[in-house]
Design a protein around this ligand. Structure first.
Ligand SMILES: NC(=O)c1ccc[n+]([C@@H]2O[C@H](COP(=O)([O-])OP(=O)(O)OC[C@H]3O[C@@H](n4cnc5c(N)ncnc54)[C@H](O)[C@@H]3O)[C@@H](O)[C@H]2O)c1
Length: 267
């Protein structure tokens, strides 16, 4: 199993305080890496670090701010001597279960320019900035693995019928910015993989399907019926794919998109 080992590697995970980010950190630690858990929400990030306990350090970063990302790079290099793995995981994801997600605000015709720009800023510009600043550091060692967390919604359009009540009333529309930014992440992955291929940096995407996280029963049932495996994901079910992409187990893989979605995009 040596090819999956991340011993002596240093990894940065953005959005570590979120639902899936914590499990990305856990996976990398279990494979042997030191992890810098990064988030805008330092308190929640500290909780994750406390919970996971070893070989993990919390650092507050706004991924849309160049100086903030430069600070993260300097902190990591000064303390660990370099950066081997970057997981671009932080994102804005408007969700049906969010109390702010009203039907009127989520309609394409009403979707605000502010919300659109906020998503572009975090989901795309944030990935661009982290890849640029940390990738530049990886170039010094001619080695690195960048994993961009995309989504099934970067590949296929949201099925808006998921967001209806039992009697068919539309409750919410999954907004356009999420799909568009995740498609952009897939494109940036391909761009960087070809740009940095000979320089020794591999760049791949991981596209998760929907994670069960307190949605109502009606939503979970509808999502499950539309998924060949018949259920939503558990937040830890991306750990194997992440270790694969981070490690030498995927040494001949770059520019690819690993889809882990219970079959959502298969039919
Ligand atoms: N949850 C799902 O069902 C699902 C499905 C497919 C893809 N994804 C993708 O997986 C990734 C993680 O999703 P999640 O559900 O854990 O999200 P989440 O909303 O739980 O966590 C996102 C984290 O990113 C942080 N963040 C936001 N803006 C930031 C900024 N400017 N700088 C630094 N940190 C910032 C937030 O504070 C939060 O902790 C995202 O890229 C998401 O699009 C999630």
């Amino acid at each position: 199993m040596e090819i999956f080992s991340l011993n002596n590697k240093t990894a940065i995970v953005t959005g570590s305080a979120g639902l899936i980010g914590k499990y990305h950190c856990e996976a990398l630690i279990e494979a042997g890496a030191n992890v810098i858990a990064v988030d805008l929400n330092k308190e929640k990030c500290d909780d994750v670090v406390k919970e996971l306990g070893r070989n993990i350090y919390s650092y507050k970063v706004n991924i849309t701010d160049k100086n903030s990302v430069e600070g993260l790079k300097d902190f990591t290099v000064n303390n660990f001597g370099g950066i081997d793995i970057l997981v671009n995981n932080a994102a804005i994801n408007d969700m049906v279960e969010d109390p702010k997600s009203s039907i009127e605000n989520s309609k394409f015709e009403n979707y605000s320019l502010e919300d659109w720009q906020r998503s572009i800023n975090v989901n795309l510009t944030g990935v661009f900035l982290c890849s640029q600043i940390i990738g530049k550091e990886m170039l010094k060692k001619s080695s690195g693995s960048i994993i961009n967390i995309a989504s099934t919604y970067g590949l296929v359009a949201p099925d808006q019928s998921l967001y209806t009540s039992c009697n068919g009333e539309q409750l919410f529309y999954k907004p356009p910015a999420y799909s568009v930014t995740k498609a952009g992440v897939l494109s940036l992955t391909r761009y960087l993989s070809s740009y940095w291929g000979k320089a020794g940096i591999r760049v791949n995407s991981l596209s998760p399907g929907g994670v069960e996280n307190g949605q109502d029963e009606n939503f979970i049932n509808k999502y499950s019926i539309k998924t060949p495996l018949g259920r939503m994901a558990k937040p830890y079910e991306y750990k194997g794919a992440l270790i694969f992409l981070a490690s030498d187990a995927s040494s001949y893989m770059t520019g690819a998109n690993l889809i882990v979605d219970g079959g959502w995009t298969a039919w």
